[in-house]
Design a protein around this ligand. Structure first.
Ligand SMILES: Cc1cc2nc3c(=O)[nH]c(=O)nc-3n(C[C@H](O)[C@H](O)[C@H](O)COP(=O)(O)OP(=O)(O)OC[C@H]3O[C@@H](n4cnc5c(N)ncnc54)[C@H](O)[C@@H]3O)c2cc1C
Length: 398
């Protein structure tokens, strides 16, 4: 009889799929239960940094990812009203040279498809769709996942990779609704051919302004420009946390912003609006045979571009802990101890970036320019990001 555990994963997003790949790589039996009838991701972008891309390369996905990803030739900061521009570093070459792995800008659909294809190639029946987790019960010997409709699944370990509204988290920690973080985000993509030449470039741009910021970057073989525009809001109906809005509404939110931003907003295919949700940090991510990863464990403002990267890191560290220790509860406790500090630091760094990117000083062009010059020096950028990109989930000591 094998002494390897059988693992049930609730949720087939980025975190669940990467965890499955890392477990399969170690010969551990795994099954994913995903609520959606069909697995797909919203058409928008995601940035993957060296701490995440080194895992994907290790899993044998480097070629497929490099083909689908864009590497920015430059990164700029621009002031929201005057458009004044500061050229920063080139993340492409520099990321490989300094951190040993690339920085990739991806269409989320491309990333999700590559991960799903890889899981199905290794284990064709791994993903079960239309299977919504509602909770679990555990004993000293096993754990049972409950699915909508009354079905139950028994295993040795349950991984909650079921996102910010996680049912697994709720069963462990009780019902605590996700909090609206006071920031709404507009998201969408623009076909590059609709943009003037000076905006249709393989460049990542961070527009910073008083009370809001905008991030744009190329995805999908540079055929699309991805747009995320965050605006501070007093209130936002949380139940409509992801929905299509109108161009007029989005333009009203970017009143007074530079014409380049307004041009991109006008040309977006569908402007989606999101309420950015969070939760108070948790002291641990496990209970007995159950563990949570990704947004289920540590939802974050997306302002370090690390939510998906953290989910990828989680998958690798979790698989290594389960491989290293046949005592499941001890392995999950080790995972939790290894991950709480780093992920909490990253969530806090993203909140710090909200204050930085939305600083009231930015309202005045001269003071705003001085603020950018001060806050985006090479040394300060290095202090903010090097520790993030240097982390290696494949070799970090357990
Ligand atoms: C505007 C914005 C921009 C972002 N940009 C970046 C970026 O550039 N870089 C980055 O690293 N991160 C970014 N993120 C964060 C990133 O998208 C998330 O952190 C990441 O998707 C988390 O992955 P996950 O697998 O934990 O959760 P999810 O992607 O939410 O996946 C959860 C999965 O579980 C399923 N599910 C939910 N409930 C159940 C249930 N009860 N039973 C079964 N299945 C269930 C869902 O259908 C889904 O498939 C951004 C987020 C936002 C909002």
């Amino acid at each position: 009889m094998s002494n390897k555990p059988s693992v049930i994963i609730a949720g087939g997003g980025i975190g669940g799929l990467v965890a499955a790949l890392c477990l399969i790589e170690r010969g551990i039996e795994v099954a994913i239960y995903e609520q959606a009838a069909e697995l797909k991701e919203l058409g928008a972008g995601v940035q993957l940094s060296a701490n995440g891309t080194r895992v994907l390369i290790h899993l044998g996905l480097g070629e497929a990812m490099a083909h689908a990803a864009c590497t920015p030739v430059a990164k700029e900061v621009r002031l929201f009203n005057t458009g004044q521009t500061w050229k920063l570093f080139d993340l492409g070459e520099v990321s490989v040279a300094r951190f040993g792995a690339p920085y990739w800008l991806m269409h989320r659909g491309d990333l999700h498809r590559i991960l799903l294809d890889a899981v199905r190639a290794r284990q064709p029946d791994c993903v079960v769709t239309s299977a919504r987790a509602t909770g679990f019960v555990q004993t000293a010997d096993d754990i049972t996942l409950h699915l909508d409709g009354g079905r139950t699944i028994r295993g040795d370990v349950l991984v909650g990779a079921d996102g910010v509204h996680s049912a697994v988290r709720q069963t462990i920690f009780g019902q605590t609704p996700a909090k609206f973080l006071g920031i709404a985000a507009w998201r969408g993509v623009v076909p590059m051919e609709r943009l003037p030449a000076h905006l249709a470039r393989p460049v990542g741009t961070n527009w910073v302004g008083a009370g809001g910021h905008v991030v744009t970057y190329p995805i999908h073989e540079s055929r699309l420009l991805n747009f995320v525009g965050a605006i501070e809001r007093e209130n936002w109906p949380v139940e409509s946390w992801t929905e299509a809005g109108t161009h007029a509404e989005a333009l009203a939110d970017f009143e007074g912003w530079h014409e380049d931003v307004r041009t991109i907003v006008r040309e977006m295919d569908v402007p989606y609006k999101w309420a950015l949700l969070g939760r108070d940090p948790l002291p641990r991510y496990h209970e007995g045979r159950a563990v949570i990863i990704g947004d289920a464990a540590h939802p974050t403002l997306p302002f370090m571009a690390q939510g998906a990267n953290m989910a990828i890191e989680d998958g690798m560290v979790l698989a290594r802990c389960l491989e290293a220790d046949s005592n499941v509860a001890a392995a999950l406790a080790r995972f939790s101890a290894l991950r709480v500090g780093r992920t909490t630091r990253l969530v806090n760094a993203a909140t710090d970036n909200a204050h930085r990117f939305h600083n009231p000083t930015l309202a005045d062009p001269a003071e705003g320019a001085a603020y950018v010059a001060r806050e985006w020096t090479e040394e300060k950028i290095s202090a903010r990001y090097d520790w993030v990109f240097q982390y290696d989930p494949i070799t970090t000591p357990l």
